[in-house]
Design a protein around this ligand. Structure first.
Ligand code: HXC
Length: 534
């Protein structure tokens, strides 16, 4: 009996030690989840910001988050840092699902040393980036940080370098999305800049290399944080941000929506989205949308919404270079990237910013197997010293290059103008466009009639003494040019386009073209890498 009593006492003792350890774990986890403590969480809320964990809770499917490295601590012993070792340090990392799809995440925790980057923090971030690449899953990073952890000196800078290198290696392998939910300054801005998409939150986030005080001392300019590097500035002026969210909730929802249009990795295609929208749906609006006057605008958004599934178009870079529209949509359930000139803004002309914007989008789509549908109405490139001095040549070449090297299915529809170099740039046949259509209203030519008549007959017209006769000759020559060139049939006769289609039938023709290109295989010549004009 005595033996049994001793045995049970031992069991009881073992269990209570185990229970104690479990309780200690639970307690330690709870403390880690508080990051820098309740006071700092309250301060974060007072600024109208959520905490790292609250953001992840909104982003990920309920109950799907598995945290990594919750107990990782910094190793710094400078400036009193040895006295405090918060578990997890200043970033929450792990994996979870969004709409059932596997993703890796990290969210910088401003409540711990202002989310500043320590070497251990960078190791946590690098770990999820490495795992994302191994597993072929997207990475979403939520930034809210005071930059390099000052107490760690060069170790922190090295940490940034390690992250940048991972961002570069992961580029084109898995989608990388950056959300800027607070400060992001100095060299820290380069991680988002290396990723595929950057979203900023209006009024509570900013990105700049040097802050307002340094700007003032160096250039004398008076500018506040929002004016220098706020969401609106980067979404509309610099193009650094693809999206400007109204608030954090809107930002998280936008990230989720973006993810729903893109594939897991470069070996997969975009998720198929079943639709009840009839594949052969015709819309008479398209037969009437092109104005009689070629100098009059119409709204390309109307065309896009009319032809895509369920009118659903998810625009990227909405407020930047509005003369070109880029974004995601579906045709018969298949995900595509749309690039379209917008005649309503600057007559849809191509310029430096429009070229940069569209080139980057085309390259993303090509890297991730997303077919491209291009809607063309472009009068040419914007002339002027501002454009030439700003290297419109190199920047225009980016778009040309992006289309020319893209091997995904490429379907092009020319609605109206396609003049000169701009015609070639916008996914023409010679840049390996797969199926190129034109509406009967298309004008595929070297230039518009007015310009052509000036070059070809300017002297002859001037030689006429009578102004009325001058006008007569000009009109005759214009009519001759328009008859010959301002139509799609020159291109169609030469096989530069596959067909001239009825506008209202565009949806069906695009869907059928995409279906026929499903099995497309095209390789680039072997090379170490290309030398894209930069
Ligand atoms: C260590 C930092 C920190 C940093 C903030 N903190 N930034 N700790 N290193 N870089 C700490 C603060 O000491 C404070 O700690 C807490 O975070 C919150 O900061 P506050 O200043 O109280 O918050 P707020 O008023 O909201 O101001 C936020 C801020 C400001 C604008 C980000 O903290 C700031 O200017 N920080 C320094 C920014 C900076 O110069 N970073 C280096 C950039 S150079 P307590 O304990 O009081 O809560 C760089 C190089 C990268 O990043 C190069 C990559 C190649």
């Amino acid at each position: 009996m005595a033996i049994f009593a001793s045995y049970y006492k031992h069991i009881h003792l073992t269990m209570s030690i185990q229970q104690d350890k479990i309780a200690a774990l639970v307690e330690r986890r709870a403390k880690a989840r508080l990051g820098g403590g309740q006071k700092r969480i309250d301060a974060q809320h007072e600024k109208g910001k959520l905490t790292a964990r609250e953001r992840l809770a909104l982003l990920l499917d309920e109950g799907s988050f598995e945290e990594f490295d919750m107990f990782v601590q910094h190793r710094c012993t400078n400036f009193g840092m040895e006295k405090s070792h918060p578990d997890g340090d200043g970033v929450v990392t792990g994996q979870g699902t969004i709409g059932g799809r596997h993703v890796f995440v990290y969210a910088q925790d401003f409540t711990v040393s202002g989310g500043s980057l320590s070497k251990t923090m960078s190791e946590k971030i690098c770990k999820v980036l490495d795992m994302a690449m191994r597993c072929g899953a997207p990475v979403i990073g939520l930034n809210d940080s005071g930059g390099a952890r000052i107490q760690e000196g060069i170790d922190s800078l090295a940490g940034y370098g390690d992250i940048f290198e991972r961002n570069i290696l992961a580029s084109g392998v898995v989608p990388q999305i950056s959300g800027i939910f607070g400060p992001c300054a100095g060299g820290a801005v380069y991680s988002p800049a290396l990723t595929d998409f950057t979203l900023m939150v209006k009024n509570t986030s900013y990105m700049f290399l040097t802050g307002p005080a340094v700007v003032k001392s160096v250039t004398g300019e008076d500018i506040d944080q929002e004016g220098l590097g706020g969401a609106s500035v980067h979404a509309s002026k610099s193009g650094v941000a693809d999206f400007a969210a109204e608030d954090e909730q809107d930002g998280i929802e936008t990230i989720k929506r973006l993810l729903s249009y893109i594939p897991q990795n470069n070996m997969e295609t975009a998720p198929f989205r079943p639709t009840s929208d009839p594949l052969n749906r015709m819309d008479d609006l398209l037969n009437e949308i092109i104005p009689d006057n070629p100098n009059k605008a119409y709204d390309m958004y109307e065309v896009i919404r009319t032809i895509v599934d369920d009118g659903d178009f998810f625009e990227v870079h909405k407020d930047f270079a509005k003369n070109i529209i880029v974004g995601f949509a579906h045709f018969g359930g298949r995900g595509v990237g749309i690039v379209a000139n917008q005649p309503k803004v600057l007559a849809g002309v191509l310029d430096i910013n429009a070229s940069r914007k569209a080139a980057r989008f085309v390259r993303f789509c090509d890297a991730f197997n997303i077919p491209l549908v291009t809607l063309v109405d472009v009068p040419g490139f914007l002339p002027g010293t501002q454009q030439e001095y700003g290297a419109v040549i190199t920047n225009g070449a980016k778009l040309l290059y992006a289309y020319g090297e893209a091997t995904v299915p490429k379907v092009t529809v020319t609605l109206r103008k396609a003049y000169g170099g701009a015609h070639i740039v916008m996914s023409c046949k010679q840049l390996r466009g797969d199926i190129n259509y034109a509406w009967p209203t298309a004008q595929i030519a070297v230039m518009g009639a007015d310009g052509a008549v000036n070059v070809l007959y300017g002297k002859e017209i001037k030689a006429e003494a009578d102004p009325a006769r001058q006008a007569e000759v000009r009109a005759e020559k214009k009519a001759e040019y328009e008859e010959l060139f301002n139509n799609p049939y020159q291109a169609a006769q030469k096989g530069y386009i596959e067909d001239v289609i009825e506008p209202r039938n565009t949806r069906f023709r695009v869907i059928r073209a995409l279906e026929s290109l499903q099995g497309k295989r095209q390789e680039l010549p072997a090379k170490k890498h290309d030398n894209l004009p930069l």
